[in-house]
Design a binder for this molecule. Structure first.
Ligand SMILES: Nc1ncnc2c1ncn2[C@@H]1O[C@H](COP(=O)(O)OP(=O)(O)OP(=O)(O)O)[C@@H](O)[C@H]1O
Ligand SMILES: [Mg+2]
Length: 299
């Protein structure tokens, strides 16, 4: 795994030129690029193809600030582009504004200044507490999300079972939440979030209450689901190891006011485990920055 600390400006990019909106990249498309003067008849020289157009970001956060009433500024001038299919971890100390930012992306609240663009289909949200309906079985909890999405009654059962199977919970489909472990409940919550079939999945410390082994298992399952579904994931955590284990990009937020201070792009994301040396090395680097940020705030 290689890591590349990016600028602290907040103008984040998942990959070279992957973050800007399509309209700003109109000049970089194959159609708009002037043809190379080196035609095919030019012996032994192959014209370089025009660069592929950069995809529009799935989520664009542009100069966003947030203040609750007359309270202090919670978020200040946050800008972040998240590419389609990207897995971004938002990391920061408690109270720095991670949940506030996630709620703004989810359109559960409005920014005081700036703009947020998300796909027209919106985003699914998964919180730390699974918030399942206690009187419904795992399957029926997932079916409820399918019903709200407008999936016809006759198709819901099979679809719900497929989603529960995707999170390794097929055997527990007929159990109710109180009969499930915390990890199983979060799996149902993940299946329910996937049932909403939104291109963007926002996760606010979904595994924070779980023990280390269960969390490790759920990391693997989430990674598998992410790779299989191509969802764009924004994952909030204050656990550095978790961010280094899961993210393609780790975005570190500072506190008071909340803003982006640094980010790391992880080139090789396959085969990572929480105990992998590269995850440990990146965690040390991120923790150093996080400590500096916390000290700066305490000063
Ligand atoms: N509805 C609200 N009204 C007033 N202040 C709020 C509201 N929601 C959040 N805040 C304040 O905004 C700041 C950021 O809160 P937020 O919940 O976003 O932090 P966080 O980074 O998610 O923290 P944690 O890691 O503990 O979950 C805090 O100071 C909090 O008190
Ligand atoms: Mg929070």
């Amino acid at each position: 795994m290689s890591t590349a600390p990016a600028s602290a400006s907040g103008a984040a990019q998942a990959a070279p030129a992957a973050g800007a909106p399509a309209r700003e990249h109109a000049g970089a498309t194959a159609h708009a690029t002037p043809r190379s003067p080196l035609g095919p008849s030019f012996d032994s020289v192959t014209p370089v193809p025009a660069a592929a157009p950069a995809p529009a970001p799935a989520v664009r956060i542009d100069g966003v600030s947030k203040r609750f009433g007359t309270g202090p500024v919670v978020l200040e001038d946050v800008s972040l582009d998240i590419a389609p299919g990207e897995f971004v971890c938002l990391l920061g100390a408690s109270g720095c504004g991670k949940s506030t930012l996630l709620n703004l992306i989810a359109d559960l609240d409005k920014p005081t200044a700036g703009r947020i663009e998300t796909p027209a289909e919106g985003a699914a949200v998964m919180f730390q507490e699974s918030a399942l309906m206690p009187w419904l079985t795992a399957r029926r909890n997932v079916e409820l999300a399918l019903r709200l999405r407008g999936v016809p009654r006759g198709e819901r059962r099979e679809k719900a079972l497929t989603l529960l199977d995707a999170v390794n919970l097929a055997d527990a489909a007929e159990k109710r939440p109180h009969e499930l472990s915390g990890g199983m409940r979060q799996r149902v919550a993940l299946a329910r979030a996937l049932a909403q079939d939104r291109p963007v999945l926002l996760m606010d410390e979904p595994f924070a209450a779980l023990d280390a082994i269960t969390r490790d298992l759920l990391h693997e399952e989430l990674e598998r689901v992410w790779r299989a579904t191509g969802r764009t994931i924004v994952f909030v955590t204050h656990n550095v190891r978790e961010a280094a284990r899961l993210g393609q990009r780790v975005v570190l937020m500072g506190s008071r006011p909340g803003r982006i201070v640094q980010e790391w792009t992880i080139a090789k994301t396959t085969g990572r485990r929480i105990e992998s040396p590269e995850v440990a090395a990146l965690s040390v680097e991120i923790t150093d920055q996080l400590r500096k940020e916390i000290r700066r705030n305490a000063a």
